[in-house]
Design a protein around this ligand. Structure first.
Ligand SMILES: Nc1ncnc2c1ncn2[C@@H]1O[C@H](COP(=O)(O)OP(=O)(O)O)[C@@H](O)[C@H]1O
Ligand SMILES: [Mg+2]
Length: 238
């Protein structure tokens, strides 16, 4: 694996919501192959807004976002979304089909895969999130934690090169949180994880970016970030 290969390159990115809120200000961030980068910072710091730029759901008023060397723009969007699997914070933003099978198969059908391949990938992804018995269940009747796991399956089945996750452990019960952490530790897929779950990011991530008021105030290895008591105190990470 070439760990110098840039999987995500963000340069001078600014984003303002239509109501005038400045959510990102001059953000610069590189994520290399095999990196697991934690995105930390208080509520409203801009973490979710940044993640939504990584597969083109939002696009900045200035600056650039490249995924595996491809600019995130209208033309490249289908290719970018094949590379980046984004797991939303709220699973209700991810699940919209009548059954679990339909939700997990949705992206695979769009990719034009054969029915046998689709069934195999859905079944494998459901096993990974310990939901093998759920394909016929109604997605919107599941508990929040179950929906979170199905949301992860909808992304894993696409075999993305980069996994981008927004608060992935929120509402997971302790056993499934632990399984989720073990799974992420074992896979060398490139990851970006916005979270307040410090124990989780400490066990998975090698780097962290700390956000405050739309800006990156620190970006370094986990050791350096979590060795800086002053920084941790200032941004409520201690
Ligand atoms: N759809 C929106 N319209 C207007 N402002 C928004 C919207 N979504 C988020 N914001 C604002 O943008 C800022 C960054 O939000 P967000 O990226 O959700 O932060 P975080 O994920 O770190 O909690 C906050 O001030 C938030 O209130
Ligand atoms: Mg958020």
């Amino acid at each position: 694996m070439n760990r110098d290969e840039k999987m995500i390159e963000i340069k001078d990115l600014f984003y303002k919501y239509p109501d005038g809120t400045n959510a990102l200000e001059d953000v610069n961030l590189d994520v290399c192959k095999g990196d697991s980068v934690a995105i930390l910072g208080p509520n409203g710091a801009g973490k979710t807004t940044l993640l939504l730029h990584m597969n083109g759901i939002l696009s900045g008023r200035s600056g650039l976002v490249n995924i595996c060397g491809l600019a995130v723009n209208k033309e490249n969007l289908p290719k970018v979304r094949e590379k980046v699997g984004l797991v939303f914070q709220d699973p209700d933003d991810q699940l919209f089909m009548p059954t679990v099978f339909d939700d997990v198969a949705f992206g695979l059908i769009n990719m034009g895969l054969e029915p046998d391949e689709i069934r195999r990938r859905v079944s494998d992804a459901l096993k990974l999130v310990d939901m093998a018995d759920y394909p016929e269940r109604t997605s919107h009747h599941l508990s929040y934690g179950e929906k979170k796991r199905i949301s992860l399956a909808t992304v894993l089945c696409m075999d993305p090169e980069i996994l981008v996750m927004d608060e992935p452990t929120g509402n997971l019960d302790p056993r499934h949180r632990k399984e989720f952490i073990c799974f992420l530790k074992d896979t060398d897929i490139t990851k970006v994880i916005a979270s307040h779950d410090i124990d989780m990011v400490l066990s998975i991530c090698n780097k962290a970016a700390v956000f405050d008021k739309g800006r990156i105030v620190a970006f370094d290895t986990m050791d350096k970030i979590f060795g800086d008591k002053e920084l941790l105190k200032n941004y409520g990470l201690d």
